[in-house]
Design a protein around this ligand. Structure first.
Ligand code: CA
Length: 359
């Protein structure tokens, strides 16, 4: 009896071990669609870095094939394609889908909002991830921070901006929520695909534009036409995102889910560090090679008007939708608290050690 029982349990152990080994050997193929064109610096490097990490950490059990915009032809269709299951994953920016899901845009950046370290703290240790889940879950999607550009520049202007009057009728490319804010203060806002921006500025179709920051602006050549480079207010911490179809995610065994989650988070943080690195490098080069490019900040009256317009639009959004109100209030109260710390740490440090030469 005893021997039979022992044999039985040995067989059971072997069966369990065998099925666990089979699962451990099973290979999963995921597809990812990115908004970016092939070989896009920083953004495209982020998806490839993530996929390479996943493949190495899983010893090849999870492989991710990446399709760039030239392949899938729908740079702003990532949300719909991942939702429909045409792709398992996407790499894009949530504010591109403002028209489909208005509450998505708060997870990229908010004018006058948090800077990157504050926003990461809100995502991972505040309510950010939970609120983002509430926005995406009804669409069968999971969303994860996918990399930060760092503080974005306010843009390239052909003429100096000295007053609010200088903004009246100014033709400028600014997409998303910031575009709505600029329209409120009298700017004639347009959105133009990235590939056509240089020509539009050169031909005078637009008088000004904003793109990202030195890391990505320099190679676009805007500095050859517009010489006034303004610090920003509109995208203090633009976070792109990884989208994952929930059904695809649930097919993965637990260890592969964790590998994917860790690789996305690491690649996102790498993008932030790389953006910082390349912007530093590009701005130093720009100062050396184009001394006629001048760095500017908007005058206080312009900043005040942009801030008032931002507050007005946020109040309207909060009044029209309960979840929008929850997100806006969460970001606002988190910012109020964490900014006090930023002010006595990073800001006070930089102010207290700054010299007349601005170093
Ligand atoms: Ca931008």
């Amino acid at each position: 009896m005893l021997i039979r029982a022992m044999l039985f349990s040995l067989t059971a152990v072997l069966a369990v071990t065998f099925s666990a080994t089979a699962a451990a050997r099973e290979t999963y193929q995921f597809t990812l669609a990115e908004t970016w064109g092939p070989n896009t610096p920083i953004l495209g490097e982020t998806t490839r870095r993530m996929a390479a990490m996943v493949e190495r950490m899983s010893a090849g059990r999870l492989q991710i094939r990446i399709d760039s915009a030239n392949k899938h032809k729908a740079p702003f269709g990532i949300f719909n394609m991942v939702k429909a299951g045409r792709y398992d994953m996407g790499h894009t920016a949530s504010y591109y889908y403002k028209g489909l899901i208005p509450n998505a845009m708060y997870f990229t950046t908010v004018p006058f909002g948090m800077i990157a370290p504050e926003q990461y703290a809100w995502f991972y240790f505040g309510d950010g991830m939970e609120l983002m889940k509430k926005v995406y879950r009804p669409h069968g999607l999971l969303s994860f921070p996918g990399g930060n550009t760092g503080n974005q520049m306010g843009g390239w202007f052909r003429e100096e901006i000295n007053s609010l009057e200088d903004l009246q009728g100014l033709k400028m490319r600014t997409p998303g929520f910031a575009g709505e804010v600029m329209a409120e203060v009298g700017v004639a806002v347009t959105n133009i695909p990235p590939g056509d921006l240089y020509t539009a500025l050169e031909r005078g179709t637009i008088d000004a534009l904003e793109w990202v920051g030195p890391a990505l602006d320099f190679q676009m050549g805007f500095h050859q036409i517009a010489k006034h480079y303004y610090s920003g207010w509109q995208e203090p911490a633009a976070e792109v995102q990884f989208l994952v179809n929930e059904k695809s995610w649930s097919r993965l065994p637990e260890d592969l889910k964790e590998i994917l989650r860790v690789a996305m988070r690491t690649a996102a943080y790498d993008m932030y560090a790389q953006s910082m690195h390349l912007s530093g490098e590009a701005w130093a080069k720009m100062k050396d090679n184009y001394p006629d490019v001048s760095h500017q900040t908007f005058p206080p009256a312009v900043i005040d008007a942009l801030r008032a317009a931002t507050e007005k639009l946020l109040a309207e959004a909060a009044a029209s939708d309960e979840l929008a109100s929850d997100i806006i209030n969460s970001q606002r109260s988190y910012l109020q608290q964490i900014r006090q710390w930023t002010n006595i740490s990073d800001k006070a440090y930089l102010n207290s050690i700054s010299t007349a030469t601005g170093d």
